[in-house]
Design a binder for this molecule. Sequence first.
Ligand SMILES: NC(=O)c1ccc[n+]([C@@H]2O[C@H](COP(=O)([O-])OP(=O)(O)OC[C@H]3O[C@@H](n4cnc5c(N)ncnc54)[C@H](OP(=O)(O)O)[C@@H]3O)[C@@H](O)[C@H]2O)c1
Length: 387
Amino acid sequence: MQRASTERQISALCITSLRAQIEPPLPNTISPKIERPCHHRQVRSGQKPRLCGQHRFRSCIDLAGIHLLDSEGFRLLFDLLELRPGRRRAHEWEYRMKSSAVTVVGLGQMGAALVPPFLRAGEDVTVWNRSPQKAEPLVAAGARLAADVKDAISSSDLIIVCLADYATSDRLLRDEMLSATLRGKTVVQLTTGTGAEARDAAAWAHDAGVTYLDGAIMDYPTMVGSPECMLLISGAKEVYDQYSTRLGVLGGRLTYAGPQSSAANVLDGGLLTMYYGNALSFMQSSAMLMAEGIDAGQLEHALQTFMPVITATYKRSADAIQKRDYSGNEASVQVHTIGVQSLLSRAEQDGIEHRMLKLFADYLNETLARGHKDAELPAVFELFSPK
Ligand SMILES: NC(=O)c1ccc[n+]([C@@H]2O[C@H](COP(=O)([O-])OP(=O)(O)OC[C@H]3O[C@@H](n4cnc5c(N)ncnc54)[C@H](OP(=O)(O)O)[C@@H]3O)[C@@H](O)[C@H]2O)c1
C-alpha cells in the first residue's frame, strides 16, 4: 500500500470518531486536512475501508461509521494513517479500541436484538431478563448474564432498557435498594410509551441523579443493527452527542428527536399511527384487488411507483394544516367524497369487509357538511383538530 502524504487526508469526523474510540490518545500530528467529511463510501462491519473514487485520495474514506469497523477494518485504517509501521497481528496493535460497557435490561424479541450490535462493536455487554433462559444465545455470543438487576446496573455506565412497558421498567428500576447503584449512570429507555411516561421517567432520573435519554425503535428486531434501522432518541443534546456513536450501532438511521424527553415517544406514536393506517389500508386494497383477480404482489409493485403521490400528499397536508388553509385547485373534498363512495360501493358489491372505507366516507361527508365542499383533502383535518 502506497502512503504518500496526500493519502493522509481524512475527514474531521473520522478523526473525532477515531479519537473517541481508541487508546492511547492519538498524536496531534494526526489532524484532518479537509474539513468536510467525505460521504462517498460507507464502511461497514466486516468490510474493508474502501477508497473514495471521487476524491482520488487513497485515504479519503467515509468513516462516519467507524464504530462499525471490525478488527480488520481498524487494522487497515491504522495502516492508512501510518499509526504503526508495517503489519502486525491484532493483539500486537499499538492502538486498540477503548473498552466500553453496556447493559441491556429486557431480552424480549426486541431487547435480545439490541445485544448483538453492541457485541460486534466490541463492547462488554451485560444482560438481564426476568426469564434468564432467553439470555443463553446471547451469552454464547459473548454477553454476560447478570445475577440480578443490581448486578446488571453496576456492570456498566450505559444502561439500555427495553421492556414490555414503562410500568415494568419503573417496578424494576425505581427501587430504593438500587438508587445508589444507579446514581451517575446513563439510562436509555427504549421501551415504547407515551410522552407523559417519558416526561415522568426523565423527572425521576433527574431526581435520582441519573442521566437520561428516551427513545423509540422504529423497526422490527431483525432490522436492528442494520443501516436502514431507525431509532428516535430525545433528551439533552449534549447527552445525545455523547452517546450517539455507541447507540449508532443499533441502526444507521439513529435520529435525534429533540431536547424534550417526550419527543421520541410522541413522534413514535405519530409514525405508528401512519404505519397502521397504511398497513390496514393495504389489507383492504389487497382484498378488493383479489376479488378482481389481481394479487397483492401486483399492488405492492404498483405502490412503489405511486409512492411519490403519497409523499407529496403528506407534504401538502402538513403545509395546509400548519396554515389552516385548505384552498387549492387540485381536487375538491366533493370530488374525493365521490371517489371514496365509489370504493365503498365496490367493496359492498363484492362482499368484502368495508368498515374502514365506510369510516373514510363518513369523514368526507362530515367535512362536506361543515362547508368545505371546494376545499382540498387536508380540510378533513378539521374533524381531528383539538377543540
Ligand atoms: N418487537 C418489535 O417489533 C418492537 C418494535 C419496536 C419497539 N418495540 C418495543 O420494545 C419493547 C419490548 O418489546 P418486545 O417485542 O421485546 O416484547 P416481548 O418480546 O414481549 O418482551 C417483553 C420484555 O419485558 C419483560 N417483562 C414483561 N413483564 C415483566 C415483568 N413483570 N417483570 C420483568 N420483566 C418483564 C419480558 O421478560 P420475560 O422474557 O421474562 O417475559 C421481556 O424481556 C416494547 O415496548 C415494544 O413496544 C418492539
